[in-house]
Design a protein around this ligand. Structure first.
Ligand code: ADP
Ligand code: TYD
Length: 209
């Protein structure tokens, strides 16, 4: 019924918000599906382990294709059937991640090419709402460091890369102001959640009308 995506750099807090939103919607009796990218199907989780494996050296264009392969499978296997069944689908990352990371971050393709490529990969599926949780690269790095997990292959990219990704997300938000809501990720978890809830209530009311 409604597709909601969360975007932001690693450590921005988007997974926290995606989970809180799902819990809140379930409490009010909504049927929801929460998925994350790359992953959430058997095939896509295998692709994920290739993508995040620090022992592999992956060509940036190969990376673009693998993220997209994982996404095509996820759309077919999970997202589209759930939407057709009237469920609310919450996606922790979607194609804006590819535009920001592979497009703006690594410069593998320009924005117009990526936009039409994403249409092919997803069969023209466009999120009803995208929450972009914005934090600067240093805040995100400090949050990741506090979690004490070893960095995965993607997280090994340097500070300059993350700054380009942040800029790439900003450019997307300017290009799609009706779809993408920018949120200051340094606000408290509860405060952000309240803002997201209010926006989603409006979306669900509009979908019911
Ligand atoms: P992401 O999914 O964007 O990588 P997470 O939701 O996993 O980020 O959050 C990364 C870390 O930051 C976690 O330890 C989480 O508890 C913390 N965190 C999330 N949101 C906030 C926030 N608004 N303020 C402070 N810390 C936060
Ligand atoms: P993950 O552990 O899921 O990170 P996060 O909690 O921040 O979402 O790892 C996914 C990594 O893959 C993350 O560094 C972002 C990156 N990524 C891309 O580069 N392109 C993409 O299209 C997607 C979906 C993710």
């Amino acid at each position: 019924m409604v597709l909601i995506t969360f975007e932001g750099i690693d450590g921005s807090g988007k997974s926290t918000q995606a989970q809180l939103l799902e819990e809140a919607l379930q409490e009010q009796g909504c049927e929801t599906v929460l998925v994350h990218e790359p992953g959430s199907t058997t095939f896509s989780e295998r692709v994920r382990s290739l993508l995040l494996d620090s022992s592999l050296n992956v060509d940036p264009f190969a990376e673009l294709l693998l993220f997209s392969a994982a996404r095509a499978q996820l759309v077919t296997e999970q997202i589209r059937p759930a939407l057709e069944a009237g469920q609310v689908v919450i996606c922790d990352r979607f194609y804006d991640s590819t535009t920001a990371y592979q497009g703006a971050g690594w410069g593998v393709a320009d924005l117009d090419w990526l936009a039409s490529f994403h249409e092919r990969v997803t069969g023209h599926l466009v999120p009803d709402r995208t929450f972009l949780v914005e934090v600067d690269a240093e805040t995100a790095r400090a949050r990741r460091a506090a979690e004490e997990a070893d960095p995965d292959r993607m997280e090994e990219a340097g500070a300059d890369f993350y700054k380009r990704v942040v800029d790439g997300y900003e450019a997307l938000a300017e290009q799609y102001p009706d779809r993408i809501r920018c949120l200051d990720g340094t606000r408290t978890i509860d405060d952000l959640h309240r803002t997201i809830r209010a926006d989603v209530e409006g979306l669900l009311d509009a979908a019911d009308a």
